[in-house]
Ligand binder design. Structure first.
Ligand code: ASP
Ligand code: MG
Length: 477
């Protein structure tokens, strides 16, 4: 029987009592599973802050004491979770000891930062993985304490090998598939910490923030899983962020492309690269809500290869302000060959990822992650690209995107009768008109790069307004 990979994230692990819900879900499946777990809610952020303060205060007694305080806090937190979840005192004491050993390792890494006054990237990745390492050990022991056959499997032990890029690695499937599949064989519940794999030397490399989804997807690919089930505390993918619009609808089905675009354009529900390992294997992703136990194992959203064009084409509207524009001005930049190549090379040398490029005769607009803007600006300004007379930057922007199969080709008249008039982008223009008519300041719009998505850049202050206007256009107020 094929296995299901089941992922529990930080939103499922906020309080000691949450573990009960996780155990109930595992029991409901009543079959062998691979569980991939994130750190408890907020732990990764706290570890990041801890690394930062250790670095800043390196060498000072106060900073060293702060690090110790933090690991002490973690010890207390884990103890509280154990007390709420493992009844047998002996088993509880053994688990506390095992967790203590991991916390000692963490403390040694933090002490190392104090000694050398720097955080090498491999140390950073190792430290941040401890949130997950604590979760997986703890959950395995709680499962055992409830009489469920379970074992923990660490990425370094199962051979989940990455490309070795610290902070933002990808899985190397050629190196991983056979060993992971073999190591995760067996009919017990196997618990794997998410968020990291190891390079060929065995060093921890992270999959980027929110990377446990990607861990789970990679493992699902390696073992040829029946599905990847991602448990959340919301009703799956929604037509918009519930914090921004009144009553967003839940989306029953998305294809891989739509899910990838939505995540890329700001939907927080899945790591943007989650579909990558799965789409050519036809392994579905099912999103379930742990706060609705009455639904059992029925997902809210299923992501698979199926393509459906709905009546109003747009399935969801997403927004993000993790974007900024680097602008290269010059009277002929649109004409002159080679400019873009020089700029992209320069950015590539500085490890800066380009999100999108929009050009005209007198300006090239490069969209980047907000964090990369200053470095990109400095690199390009220093490089003096011929033909570019001025470089400017704008971080007062946000992206609003409409996503749905047919965004590029459907007529978008909303009567469901004509999806083939070939005019293209009617959906994008409907979205754009709605935003403009409602007074949102739009800087740029783009359609056509993806078959299933179109987006506009708006003034950052108008992000919510534009999202609401566009959502109302396709879904009603
Ligand atoms: N704990 C990690 C993070 O917060 C990974 C994850 O949650 O998926 O980014
Ligand atoms: Mg997450």
């Amino acid at each position: 029987m094929k296995k299901i990979v089941v992922k529990f994230g930080g939103s499922n692990l906020r309080q000691p009592q949450d573990i009960d819900r996780v155990i109930n879900v595992v029991q409901t499946y009543n079959r062998p599973l691979v569980l991939v777990v994130s750190a408890f809610y907020g732990i990764t952020n706290a570890l990041i802050a801890c690394v930062q303060s250790a670095k800043e205060g390196a060498g000072t007694k106060a900073a060293l004491a702060d690090s110790r305080d933090y690991t002490q806090t973690l010890r207390a937190l884990k103890k509280e979770i154990l007390e709420a979840n493992i009844a047998d005192p002996k088993h509880r004491a053994e688990t506390e000891k095992a967790l203590g050993l991991r916390l000692d390792q963490l403390e040694r890494y933090l002490t190392g930062i104090h000694c050398i006054g720097d955080v090498p990237t491999f140390v950073n990745d190792a430290i941040l993985s401890y949130g997950e390492r604590l979760s997986s050990l703890l959950l395995t022991e709680v499962l055992l304490s409830r009489g469920i056959k379970a074992r923990e499997a660490l990425p370094e032990d199962i051979g989940l090998i990455t490309d070795g890029v610290f902070g933002n690695s990808a899985c190397d499937f050629t190196a991983s598939t056979a060993s992971v599949a073999q190591a995760l064989n067996g009919d017990e519940i196997i618990v794997v910490p998410g968020f990291y794999g190891v390079d060929r030397d065995g060093k921890t490399t992270l999959f980027g923030r929110g990377g446990s989804d990607y861990s789970a997807a990679s493992i699902a690919r390696c073992i040829g899983a029946e599905s990847l089930d991602v448990w959340k505390d919301v009703d799956g993918f929604l037509s918009a962020d519930p914090g921004s619009v009144g009553a967003p609808r839940s989306i029953a089905q998305l294809n891989y492309l739509e899910a990838a675009e939505l995540s890329y354009f700001g939907a927080k529900i899945l790591h943007p690269r989650t579909v990558e390992p799965l789409f050519d294997q036809d392994i579905p992703i099912r999103i379930l809500n742990i706060t609705k136990p009455e639904r059992g194992l029925q997902p809210y959203t299923v992501i698979n290869a199926e393509r459906t064009v709905t009546r109003d084409v747009v399935k969801s509207v997403s927004a993000t302000d993790d974007v900024a524009i680097l602008k290269l001005h010059g009277p002929g930049v649109g004409f002159k060959p080679g400019i873009l190549a020089q700029v992209t090379n320069t950015l590539d040398q500085h490890d800066i990822n380009i999100k999108s490029v929009l050009t005209a005769q007198t300006a090239i607009n490069i969209l980047l992650a907000r964090d990369h803007l200053e470095a990109a600006y400095a690199a390009v300004a220093e490089h003096h690209v011929g033909g570019v007379v001025e470089v400017s930057k704008d971080d007062q922007v946000a992206i609003v995107a409409v996503v749905g199969d047919g965004v590029l080709h459907a007529s978008g008249v909303g009567n469901g009768s004509d999806n083939s008039n070939g005019k293209g982008s009617a959906i994008a223009s409907r979205a754009l008109s709605a935003a403009l008519a409602g007074g949102a300041r739009v800087n740029l719009a783009a359609a056509g790069a993806s078959e299933v998505a179109a987006y506009m850049l708006v003034h950052q202050e108008d992000k919510k307004l534009a999202l609401q206007l566009v959502h109302a256009e396709f879904f009603g107020a």
